[in-house]
Ligand binder design. Sequence first.
Ligand SMILES: *Cc1c(COP(=O)(O)O)cnc(C)c1O
Length: 632
Amino acid sequence: MSSERLFGVKMRASQEGRHVSGAERIVPASRVAQTLAALADRALRHSKGEPDFINLKADAVGEVVRIPSLPVSTVEVADAAEGWARAEEMLKAAGVARAREVCGLFRETYSMRGAMLLDADTLERLEPNPERGVRATNMDSAVSSPANVKNHFAEALVLASKVLSAPGIVGEVCMSDDPNYVTGYVATRRFGYCRITKLKEPGDEAGGRIFLYRGRREDVAATIDYLERRAVVVETPSPDANAAPRRFDSLERELSEIAAAGLRRETRMVSSRSGCHIAVGGRTLVSFASNDYLGYASDAEVAEAAADAVRRHGTGSGASRLVTGTLTPHVGLERQIAAFKGSADSIVYATGYMANLGTIAALVGRGDVVLSDALNHASIIDGCRLSGADVVVYPHLDMDALDGRLASCRAYRRRLAVSDGVFSMDGDMLDLPRFLEVCRRHDAFSMVDEAHALGVVGATGRGLSERFACGHPDLMMGTLSKALGAEGGYVAGNASVVEYLRQRARPFMFSTAPDIAAMAGAAAALARLDGDPSRVRRLQANVRTFVAALAENGIAAKTDSAIVPILIGDECEAMRVSGELEKRGFLIPAIRYPTVAHGAARLRAAVRYDHGEEDLTAAAAAVAAAVRQHDD
Ligand SMILES: *Cc1c(COP(=O)(O)O)cnc(C)c1O
């Protein structure tokens, strides 16, 4: 629009005092006349009936605010009941706790011309005149559309965008009073403008809108002033772009479902960490949430080794391992891991996740079978799926079941049994001697994931074989990202297994070789672990102290590792207890579906070697207090 004076041009039409239609535009002076004519034409031809009164006016408007339009999505629903259920979920996710009441109140807006303005928390009416309501007006779209044609969607989007840009407004719910127009919408800052395909049955004349306000009472007048008088032009997407966003609709719907079910996850920024203390959200907490069991992730000597390697070799490997990406730190670390684990050789991958994915998918395929513990880590599950082999899931830690299933798998070319060594959400441990005996008897490959066992289990942290003083599985998988404080994964085994993986594992072949700093950091940490097991002993003593302190506080917990699960059950309750602990200075995260089964939500405490005795006893007391707080 030019620097010409702008006018708000409005039309309202009625028949025997009953509202028939209304529309408005913001146009430069030179277009006022033609816009008035077009709006009059529209009033005269409205489907609701011939008006006997048409009010046309044009007011000069002051400074115009330009705002972007809300993002648009559509929720397809079968009927009005489902439509309202969705509306309620979205409002809840936007923080309106009494969403159901808001939706119920809706029926009372019947015959109001304006909108109800409600306090989002108390649901008190805030309009000075409840008969009239609040009228959002003085707005237009930056993209001009013919003034004589009604486009429900474009006009509603402009209105909702203005409403949500008003100070203090957190949401709007709208249902058209046009008996033939059943689509309504919920607008929130979080989800934007969400059309709901059915909020009423055809023929229903009810309709209206509700604005939800959160803020100080003394600021309500300014909000109403903005809604009613401030001239706003909304930059709506062009008509073509308007048609496109449908592909995002299903994503947005799913996101609102996740939030409504209490399962939305957020990343939190850790601004600093020092030993077992971390700073998040402006507070320092004692962390029970880190896998850096032995403190090597922030160890000065380890960091120096990593920095030194980067200075010598640069930041990236530049190619995959099979091309020119194999540098001395890769080879050195593979030898070191093999020596530490007592195997002939090892292969390193960029992450533990890749190690499981790549190894399982390389070793078995069509015509083969994998037997997998029901509680195995997601990376094992994904590897099984990717492999194309038949997958048989056996009950958690049930070696008789494994035995039985293997007995009926003789016809397969290859059989692979795979299990976590330490289970990452329960902290319990595989009976390795039994597992190996069963696998050998059925001539099946045995693979054990020691992500949470390396540096934790066994007198010197060598893992399950040391703990049980037994032989090795064929494939000993582990990660560099936990007790070694770096990043990367490995598989240790005999020469033919490791060589086979170098020929067949796709993440090894088709992804750039692992990060140099991670290799050197892991190597330095492993050398320290190998040379001095005192941190392992401290860690193991800390676990005993923590479990005993929990027991003294009436909380039953057991573990075979440094992971101490504290079962809660309900997802929301687990979140509450975790939040309460945070207030008390402890970060003990709640673990929810899909990481664990529905209804098996828990706190998951990971003990570190550098937790002090008082950290452990105070945390145990805080857990008990936080759990009990609810029982009162
Ligand atoms: C963490 C973990 C992995 C994945 O390791 P990353 O190095 O983090 O990718 C694999 N298996 C188990 C059991 C784990 O706990």
